[in-house]
Design a binder for this molecule. Structure first.
Ligand code: MAN
Length: 560
């Protein structure tokens, strides 16, 4: 049985189409192994497990451990059958599929003894495959051509940047020179200015001290006068009773000055002597006293806030206080004088604090808080504003102009330094072995999935943005080329992105494949906060291999 089958198989194939250039081999043997099957010699199992007469090859009995003696039958469970597939690409299938009733080979060679009625479709399939391969080859070629122009453009930009750097360095040098000159001019202008200001400030300080002394004397005289006015019995001491005799101190406007109201102004004491009155008491009483005497003068000194309570409410303009002959109300019309107007408002505010029923006044006063300290500061600021004499002003103006020119020159240098640094940083980046990736810098590419918009700006950053809502998540900054040693420029790594909650900082791995367009094809997140970008770009297209070998399939494989 074994011999017969072997012989018949040999005979059957031997009768097939044979051409001079074709290699004869038993059924199921791939071209690459044809030389091991020589019908004139014994067959050596390919794994060295034994030697058998050649007639045992394809006799439907498994002799070799690796199944190499039965390439054309299903006798060995671990063997392989090679479909010659003339007109298309040869294919290896497990030998268990031989004659199993299913067409695996397009040339129907795997079903030579079954009832499957397989039809040879290799020529059509081969044609379609060749057409597809040609198309892909063309695309690759186009990509390769584009890559060449990217290289050209990249090299051009590199040169331009080099030239620009040289230019900027020169400009920076010149700008630094100008800045030094301006600095010198500034120093020269500031010298006399400094001297003049020192001198001027000394005079000013002296004048100010004099003014203050005069003001102090004036205030004191005013305080003495008021004290004399309030000290009914002229005994040199203000008492509760004396203050109670003045409507001025009727804080709650109930028609009389209570002991409590009077004591407020006496700092909770029974009486106050002239010295205490001058140093502190007058400051408290002055606003109400002045107002009621219609001699409002805006306060110039801060009143200690400690114990400051609402002053009296008596606002009627026609209130007559005995001895109020010296009225100056005419030039203190609240309509015309903002200070007095503010003071009146403040009175209204104090009214509010002591009389919550008075709603009308509440509205008026709520807008503004009267702050005597603030007032005092305002006055001080006004006083401090330097106004120079003509000579000093001239020197200040010259120095200001010199300072402005120096600042301008300094800004110029700093701008140039910044521009230079950014260009030099660019030059330090690696744009591929032939500068082919340089043109990608400055562009950004987007990919949108169900939830996010991803943006990749090569050599800069990778970003994730939710489609709904706003705010961006930084997935990474340009890091390095990270492809394998043999293909380093096939992967880019962007790292140090935003920290992932309870995880690592985000990072993006960008895989580059050949395409006629630079385009993001997909973005996924295979591990939490680790993103995988697939991008096509002509920059990685290599020259397609010669396609002439494609036609060779048709006559490459003939069975024995
Ligand atoms: C955001 C996005 C996601 C990421 C989670 C991690 O929702 O950046 O891609 O997986 O944060 O918490």
């Amino acid at each position: 049985m074994r011999l017969l089958l072997s012989f018949c198989l040999f005979c059957a194939t031997h009768g097939g189409v044979v051409k001079a250039a074709e290699v004869l081999r038993p059924r199921g043997v791939p071209l690459s192994k044809a030389s091991f099957y020589d019908p004139t010699r014994d067959f050596h199992c390919l794994d060295g497990s034994g030697t058998i007469p050649f007639a045992y090859v394809n006799d439907d009995y498994c002799d070799c451990q690796d199944g190499s003696d039965e390439p054309g039958t299903s006798a060995c469970p671990n063997g392989f059958f090679s479909c010659p597939n003339p007109g298309h690409i040869p294919l290896n299938i497990p030998s268990s599929r031989v004659n199993d009733g299913i067409c695996d080979c397009c040339d129907a060679s795997d079903e030579y003894a079954s009832a499957a009625n397989c039809v040879d479709t290799c020529r059509e399939l081969g044609r379609a495959a060749r057409e597809e391969a040609a198309k892909q080859r063309q695309e690759k070629m186009k990509g390769y051509e584009l890559r060449k122009s990217m290289i050209e453009e990249g090299r051009k930009r590199k040169k331009e940047a080099e030239v620009k750097i040289e230019e900027l360095k020169k400009k920076r040098e010149e700008a630094e020179k100008v800045r030094s000159e301006k600095e010198e001019i500034k120093k020269i202008a500031e010298e006399p200015e400094k001297e003049a200001l020192e001198h001027y400030n000394a005079i000013e300080a002296e004048r100010k001290a004099q003014r203050e002394a005069e003001q102090k004397a004036k205030d004191e005289a005013e305080a003495r006068e008021a004290f004399a006015h309030l000290d009914n019995d002229g005994d040199g001491v203000l008492t509760v009773t004396e203050l109670q005799s003045r409507q001025t101190f009727d804080t709650n406007r109930d028609g009389e000055v209570s002991e409590e109201e009077a004591k407020f102004y006496l700092k909770q004491e029974e009486s106050m002597d002239l010295d205490t009155f001058i140093s502190t008491g007058w400051q408290m009483m002055r606003p109400v006293y002045k107002y009621d005497r219609r001699m409002f003068i805006p306060p110039t000194q801060a009143i200690p806030s400690e114990g400051l309570e609402p002053p009296p409410m008596q606002l009627e303009e026609d209130t007559e206080v005995p001895g109020d002959e010296d009225t100056e109300l005419e030039h203190l019309d609240p309509e015309l004088d903002p200070e007095i107007s503010r003071y009146i408002n403040s009175r209204a505010n104090w009214d509010l604090m002591s009389d919550e029923d008075d709603e009308e006044e509440e509205e008026e006063g709520a807008e503004e808080d009267f702050d005597l300290n603030e007032d005092a500061e305002d006055t001080q600021n006004e006083e401090e504003e330097p106004k120079y004499d003509e000579e000093t002003q001239k020197l200040v103006d010259v120095a200001n102009a010199a300072r402005a020119e120096y600042d301008e020159a300094d800004r110029e240098v700093r701008d140039l330094v910044r521009e230079l640094r950014s260009l030099e940083e660019t030059q330090e980046k690696e744009y591929g072995p032939e500068e082919e990736f340089r043109v990608l810098e400055g562009n950004c590419y987007e990919y949108t999935d169900r939830e996010y918009i991803y943006r990749l700006c090569p050599f800069d950053k990778a970003i994730q943005k939710p489609k709904a809502g706003h705010g961006e998540t930084r997935l990474g900054q340009w890091g390095e080329w990270s492809g394998p040693e043999t293909d380093r420029y096939s992967r880019m790594m962007y790292n140090n992105g935003q920290a992932c909650w309870n995880g690592p900082t985000r990072s993006a791995d960008v895989r580059l494949t050949c395409g006629t367009e630079t385009k993001l094809m997909s973005v996924t997140e295979p591990n939490r906060c680790e993103y995988l970008f697939i991008m096509t770009t002509p920059a990685v297209c290599s020259k397609p291999e010669d396609a002439s070998g494609d036609e060779g399939f048709e006559h490459s494989h003939i069975e024995l």
